[in-house]
Design a binder for this molecule. Structure first.
Ligand code: SF4
Length: 449
């Protein structure tokens, strides 16, 4: 039994660390509480409830979580502080000992946030007073799926289509933090998309941990999800946040090439371009398969934007292995590299690989790949100068220039004197002109405006 009256008139502050999935889940927690009469606080106000959604992807992420918890406890001295997310799941005991934390919710429990709050306030969770917080035991069997489709802080919606992962790459703790792969039904996702469209949503990003694995729970297939969503005509654009290369089928690539609303935009984790390192990581493909997928995408969609995740300095990455990665990426027609320095995670099997890369070499390798990425992105953008494109504009920040993205994810900038609030969330035709001041976007002019 939930005592809904206890929520009425309360205020809440939300803080999210980590990936888009976390941001999407936090928005859903916000919605759940808003439905019970809880309003979000402004930047300078103090809240009655403070919810912190954490990440544990690297050592640095763990540190940032601890710092954020301390800072928010100080900022909201009278708030009931709830910590959830991957760091909370993996280090529940440590988090529960942080002064000011009232409740730690694991990955299985976070979807019942409202019930837990209600129980805590009516004394049913045992001692949850400050200094003696309640926390949830870790579970090896995380099975719940917290549905989520929320507007991000700009224009796009983020639809969670899958959670968890069965892959157990040797460097990664995500399967321990989020459990095994699971998903809701296609029908329920189509329904969420229809609701987003009814709220005015035009673009939706499909998020998850290992999205290509969609269907394990329901006996469905990712391609069927894509095709069902494509038929919701009120949505103009879909993007897929990330797909493992071995799960990116040729059938899906062909489908996207002819699709009404799936954009020519891919994000594919490579991690390493050395087969030796890929084996040490227990990845499910080799570099040849990865190259084949990239070439196939470009054959079907020559203007596709392809973002690639690369990890540098992982255990076993000798200088020769890194050079293999560098030349592999140099030769591939990809658009942007997301470079992550390897971080040692407790409990992972990668720790048993003897060869270690020092921090100085990790930094040098990251720098070289980031420079390569800048050159590739710049060349991709430059090839669009002078072309006409459809752009979905996003809310202007500080009433200045407006930004938006083309179908193939070129970032576009509309000058302040041309920007209008009514362009927010509108699809418009523009002509792409030269680079903006820091080359982070192409300037544009409106067609027929
Ligand atoms: S595919 Fe590998 S890196 Fe990605 S979440 Fe699963 S275990 Fe982690």
């Amino acid at each position: 039994m939930i005592d809904t009256s206890a929520f009425q008139g309360k205020t809440a502050a939300y803080y999210t660390l980590g990936c888009k999935l976390n941001f999407s889940e936090t928005s859903t927690f916000g919605k759940m509480l808003q439905d019970l009469g809880v309003t979000p606080v402004g930047k300078e106000e103090t809240a009655d409830i403070c919810l912190i959604n954490t990440c544990s992807v690297t050592e640095v992420a763990d540190r940032k979580c601890r710092q954020a918890i301390h800072r928010l406890v100080r900022k909201h001295p009278n708030a009931f502080v709830v910590v959830t997310g991957c760091y909370a799941q993996l280090e529940a005991e440590e988090v529960s000992r942080i002064e000011g934390v009232d409740l730690v919710l694991g990955s299985n429990e976070k979807s019942q946030l409202v019930q837990f709050l209600s129980d805590a306030w009516t004394g049913q969770l045992g001692n949850t007073t400050k200094g003696a917080p309640y926390y949830i035991e870790k579970t090896k069997d995380i099975k719940t799926f917290a549905p989520s489709c929320s507007r991000g802080n700009r224009t796009r919606y983020f639809l969670k289509v899958q959670d968890g992962c069965d892959y157990f790459c040797t460097y990664c703790t995500i399967p321990y933090a989020r459990g095994f792969s699971r998903n809701p039904s296609i029908a329920s996702l189509v329904e969420q998309v229809r609701q987003a469209a009814a709220e005015g949503g035009k673009e939706i990003v499909l998020t998850g941990v290992n999205i290509g694995d969609f269907g394990k729970t329901t006996g469905e297939h990712f391609i069927d999800l894509v095709s069902a969503l494509d038929q919701v005509e009120e949505i103009s654009r879909y993007r897929i946040s990330s797909l493992e290369p071995d799960l990116l089928s040729d059938e899906l690539i062909s489908y996207c090439g002819e699709s009404r609303a799936f954009m020519p935009h891919f994000h594919i984790p490579l991690q390493s371009g050395s087969d030796t390192v890929l084996k040490l990581m227990h990845r499910h493909y080799d570099r040849q398969l990865f190259a084949d997928k990239i070439h196939r995408i470009k054959e079907v969609m020559p203007d596709a934007f392809i973002g690639v995740d690369v990890m540098v300095g992982c255990r076993g990455e000798t200088p020769e292995c890194f050079e293999e990665t560098y030349t592999f990426l140099e030769q591939l027609p990809v658009t942007q590299l997301h470079v992550f320095p390897y971080s040692e995670r407790p409990g992972t099997s990668a720790l048993s690989i003897p060869y270690k890369v020092n921090d100085k070499d990790k930094k040098l390798r990251s720098k070289r790949l980031l420079e390569l990425s800048d050159r590739k992105t710049e060349a991709f953008y430059a090839a669009h100068i002078g072309l006409q494109a459809e752009v979905l504009f996003e809310k202007a920040t500080r009433g200045r220039v407006m930004h938006g993205f083309t179908r193939n994810y070129v970032r576009v900038e509309l000058a302040a004197n041309e920007s209008r609030s009514e362009y927010d969330n509108q699809l418009m035709q523009v002509v792409l002109e030269g680079f903006n001041h820091d080359k982070s976007a192409l300037k544009c002019r409106l067609v027929n405006a």
